[in-house]
Design a protein. Structure first.
Length: 204
């Protein structure tokens, strides 16, 4: 489905900050950043994943979150068009970026690994699968591969980043309450096992 807005400026002209969407940042003295540009009610669970990984890595986090009571999908701006200024600044000052996304698979608990950081993609695939999670590295031609230089995840000092697309059923397994208000504090053991697998990959 096509995005409603082509860029952040267009979105900001039509949506109300603090009512329809919010931006949360936590800047650390770190050269790594974890982001969820479709957080809150847009792609559920991605905010919580980015925050937890950033906490464990003591790195910067950035969240763009839909906070509407419904219809948050209207706030989705695809990664190659996502140009919210503070996100661009934080990512451009980072060497490493891990970007969390969701895809709509309701059947398979699966992660699609993308981005332009080939080495980190391999480490992440190895770590996730060794921890018992289903994962694949997407070929560059795949629409979700995240290999485009314009992808926000790749706008680091190194010109590359990691993009993780988690299926809906996998993200739902990470919480006992998958509502916007219920996710925080309802993380399951599987959530922490997933984060631990990512930590292993990032620290290698």
């Amino acid at each position: 489905m096509a995005d409603t807005y082509d860029n952040f400026e267009e979105l900001a002209e039509n949506e109300v900050y603090g009512v329809d969407y919010q931006i949360r940042t936590d800047v650390k003295e770190s050269k790594s950043i974890a982001i969820a540009i479709h957080g809150g009610g847009i792609e559920g669970g991605t905010s919580e994943l980015a925050l937890e990984l950033a906490h464990k890595l003591s790195c910067t986090s950035y969240l763009f979150e839909g906070i509407k009571s419904s219809g948050n999908s209207v706030l989705h701006i695809t990664s190659t068009n996502f140009d919210e200024p503070s996100a661009l600044e934080l990512v451009s000052n980072s060497d490493y970026c891990i970007s969390f996304h969701g895809h709509g698979d309701l059947t398979n608990k699966h992660t699609k690994i993308g981005g332009a950081d080939s080495e980190l993609k391999l480490k992440t695939y190895k770590s996730l699968t060794e921890a018992g999670f289903s994962a694949e590295i997407l070929p560059e031609k795949d629409p979700l591969s995240g290999s485009d230089p314009n992808n926000i995840a790749n706008k680091t000092t190194r010109g590359m980043g990691l993009q993780l697309e988690l299926s809906t059923v996998l993200r739902k397994s990470f919480f006992t309450d998958f509502t916007i208000d219920g996710r925080e504090g309802s993380e399951t053991e599987e959530f922490y096992q997933y984060i631990e697998a990512l930590l292993i990959a990032c620290r290698q």
